[in-house]
Design a protein around this ligand. Structure first.
Ligand SMILES: [Fe+2]
Ligand SMILES: [Fe+2]
Length: 464
């Protein structure tokens, strides 16, 4: 066996045991991919990006590939000599190259939770190829799918190389859980939600992959150096996923705006702006839950241990975050009161703050598309307390402005706030596949440019 079976920059052939273990996992992975990966397109040639190294100026290679033959590999950014732990109780000490015994369980849990999201999203998206609005979009879907597969490889490498028998068992379990399954669901809520159509998909890559960005940045600060280096490289790929989501929603908004200036959007086969708004409300709130509880002893422990930092930890002066508090609005009966909580316990919320701001930036951008079309209508981000299933706001109802409301008010308005049955039917009714070169579905505008310098009408997918 040689390295070519599993492309890598970790000198895999020097560790025969690890190499053998991963080569045994490979057929199980491929079996999962065939069963749960994109439906119907496995024999088609897809113009895909493949990671081949971690060099900034040449890390990826574009060519036609059949997805089951994609070269899923293991790539870590190069080690930084003399790297030290950047935060928490061990700040300033040398970064760990091996798992510190006392934090083994915590670290395994962090890695498994991240790992589980990767195959989950592939499962959620497996039927979308049947309704793709263009070959360009179809290719982007498959690009995201194969890279989520590679992210699974990246995490499984850490489990196999650093966690012995339980790591191998966790790696198997990652192929056994199924998104949305009653008995063996994926770990986190948003990864069990159905992605039924391309509006869901654009919202998912916009909002849910963006949660991934913040989690990966926080983990790239980790004092456990192999995790840090793995996540740094994953961030490079993740940027494209968020691009697909952010520009995808923008293109739907542009098309809707264009149709609005001409007449009734539904009659012309488009997606009304208020439907887009309700999908934003849904996917933003589901994705916010992924950050975990606002006040969290786990988050404090992860930070104290030096395992999970903040987004770009270097932007802060104080890396210990002790004796500092964070002011949070906490439910108290039917009221909200300001409460000072120890900063370390608020680390999930600190990460979410950056996320909310980033999402607002995208909303502002979409609103500029509406303005350019000469429209006064605007999209908005719902309040972070709206429609939460996790954390301190989960047991109470809030409107889209974040005001506490009672059950009757919720029931009276929920169809204005979240996608209702008619919205789903409307979106479903416009999702006709378009597989002709250079053509695009009626409900979405074409992209400003193609992939890797290719034009929009390039043959991004050759049907088998
Ligand atoms: Fe990923
Ligand atoms: Fe992603």
């Amino acid at each position: 066996m040689d390295d070519s079976k599993i492309p890598n920059n970790v000198n895999l052939s020097s560790d025969k045991r690890l190499q053998r273990a991963l080569e045994q996992w490979l057929p199980n992975y491929l079996h999962w991919w065939q069963e749960m990966g994109p439906d119907s397109w496995q024999g088609s040639d897809v113009y895909l990006r493949t990671a081949i190294s971690v060099e900034a100026d040449g890390w990826a290679h574009f060519d036609y590939v059949r997805m089951p033959e994609y070269r899923w590999g293991i790539f870590l950014t190069p080690p930084e000599t003399g790297r030290t732990i950047g935060f928490g109780d061990h700040a300033g000490q040398p970064a760990w190259q091996e798992v510190p015994g006392e934090f083994r369980n915590m670290l395994r849990r962090i890695i498994v939770t991240q790992a589980d999201t990767e195959p989950a999203s592939v499962e959620q998206q497996r039927l979308l190829g049947a309704k793709a609005p263009s070959l360009y979009d179809l290719r982007n879907l498959f690009q995201v799918n194969v890279e989520e597969g590679r992210h699974l490889w990246a995490m499984v490498y850490l489990l196999h190389s650093h966690f012995g028998k339980d790591g191998r068992e966790e790696a198997e379990a990652l192929l056994e859980r199924r998104s949305g399954d009653r008995d063996k669901p994926r770990i986190l809520g948003a990864f069990n939600q159905p992605i039924e159509n391309w509006l869901d998909f654009f919202m998912f890559t916009m909002f849910t992959d963006r949660d991934g960005k913040y989690q990966l940045f926080a983990l790239s600060e980790s004092g456990f150096d192999p995790l840090s280096r793995t996540c740094k490289f994953m961030i490079t790929e993740e940027a494209h996923h968020m691009f697909v989501g952010e520009t995808g929603v923008d293109r739907v908004v542009q098309r809707t705006a264009d149709l609005m200036t001409k007449g009734d959007v539904v009659q012309q086969g488009g997606i009304p702006l208020e439907v887009i708004q309700r999908y934003i409300n849904l996917w933003f709130s589901l994705s916010e839950d992924l950050f975990g509880g606002e006040i969290s002893s786990n988050a404090a422990d992860f930070f104290a241990a030096g395992l999970k930092g903040r987004y770009k930890e270097a932007q802060y002066q104080d890396h210990r975050a002790l004796d500092v508090s964070y002011t949070m609005q906490v439910p108290d009966g039917s009221q909200l009161i300001d409460k000072q909580v120890p900063l370390r316990t608020a680390m999930n919320e600190v990460l979410r703050d950056g996320y909310v701001e980033d999402c607002q930036r995208a909303i502002d951008k979409w609103n500029r598309s509406l303005e350019r079309a000469g429209l006064d209508e605007q999209l908005r981000l719902p309040h972070r307390r709206f429609h939460r299933q996790q954390g301190i706001y989960a047991n109470q109802l809030f409107d889209v402005e974040g005001r506490p409301i009672d059950e009757a008010t919720w029931r009276a308005h929920v169809d204005e706030w979240l996608p209702n049955a008619a919205d789903r039917a409307c979106v479903e009714s416009v999702m006709h596949p378009v597989y002709e070169r250079g053509k695009i579905a009626n409900w979405v505008a074409p992209p400003a440019k193609g992939i890797n310098g290719q034009p929009f009408d390039f043959e991004y997918v050759r049907r088998s």
